[in-house]
Design a protein around this ligand. Structure first.
Ligand SMILES: C[S@@+](CC[C@H](N)C(=O)[O-])C[C@H]1O[C@@H](n2cnc3c(N)ncnc32)[C@H](O)[C@@H]1O
Length: 258
């Protein structure tokens, strides 16, 4: 068997960002515990740490912009991520206000900006100030005038009340702590009747995605989101490795924040 040596840091990022492969599994590295690893020096206690989150929550920070750009924008991703088809399937109306929750390096921003058109708005929400800085630069460079970067905190989105028609999160759900509370609060950011789209890795053996303990079934996502006050609209059978589960904020007023 060919043995590939990888540093704990490399492994941690690969796991966190969906670049896991069986080659990594053979060598989980010395920092591994609870089924995944942490980047050297990563501050994962600052947003809850172990014990504060749901079973499947994965705690990592994403401060390294160069790393994020290299890995999130990997050209090979397009084949399984199908960003244009995914955004098209969401049937976003021109002029809409949408939010990309956990926007990362901004992989989805050009597609969302195109969908909302020149009169729409795309809030690019991130917890990492370094990524917010990059998202601002990227939006300027690419002429994405609709993009508004928003520095959120781990437990607060900091979006205007009922400010978006649709919120989307791709490969972020499994990083969220105390999802019931988080998504109950998130109701307020989406207008009544608006949608929340959760895209995250399917359980099972995949060539990409986090390790087993952090992959979440569509049924579990639905159960958690329903408990948080969202109504299931549909699941899309569109992507090979990720579930796409669409919810709606009910028309009645959102419950008060816990
Ligand atoms: C795996 S990356 C996905 C990035 C992007 N959505 C994509 O598909 O390329 C997860 C991102 O979510 C961000 N994130 C994690 N927890 C968050 C939270 N509670 N609120 C907002 N963003 C969060 C991280 O900083 C990171 O950039």
């Amino acid at each position: 068997m060919i043995r590939v040596r990888r540093s704990p840091r490399t492994l941690a990022w690969a796991l966190a960002l969906g670049l896991w492969s069986p080659a990594f599994a053979q060598h989980p590295g010395p920092a591994d515990h609870e089924g995944h690893t942490h980047p050297a020096g990563a501050a994962h206690g600052g947003h809850g740490g172990h014990g504060a989150g749901d079973h499947a929550t994965m705690h990592h920070r994403f401060k390294d912009v160069a790393w994020a750009k290299k890995h999130f924008e990997d050209p090979k991703r397009k084949a399984w991520q199908k960003p244009r088809a995914l955004v098209a399937a969401l049937q976003i109306a021109p002029g809409a206000a949408v939010a990309d929750l956990g926007a990362g390096s901004g992989y989805f921003l050009p597609f969302l900006a195109e969908a909302v058109g020149p009169t729409g708005t795309v809030f690019a929400v991130e917890v990492e100030p370094e990524l917010i800085e990059w998202l601002r630069t990227r939006a300027d460079k690419e002429g994405l005038t609709q993009v508004v970067p928003v520095l959120s905190s781990f437990d607060r989105l900091r979006l205007p009340n009922a400010g978006v028609d649709l919120a989307m999160m791709v490969d972020v759900y499994h990083h969220i702590d105390d999802r019931k509370a988080w998504f109950t609060r998130a109701l307020r950011a989406v207008r009544p009747g608006g949608r929340m789209v959760v895209v995250d890795f399917k359980p099972g053996d995949l060539p990409v995605g986090p390790p087993k303990g952090h992959k979440i079934s569509a049924a579990q996502i639905t159960e958690e989101m329903t408990a948080a006050g969202w109504t299931l609209v549909q699941t899309l059978d569109l992507l090979p490795h990720q579930n796409v589960v669409i919810f709606r904020r009910p028309l009645e007023p959102a419950p008060a924040s816990p």
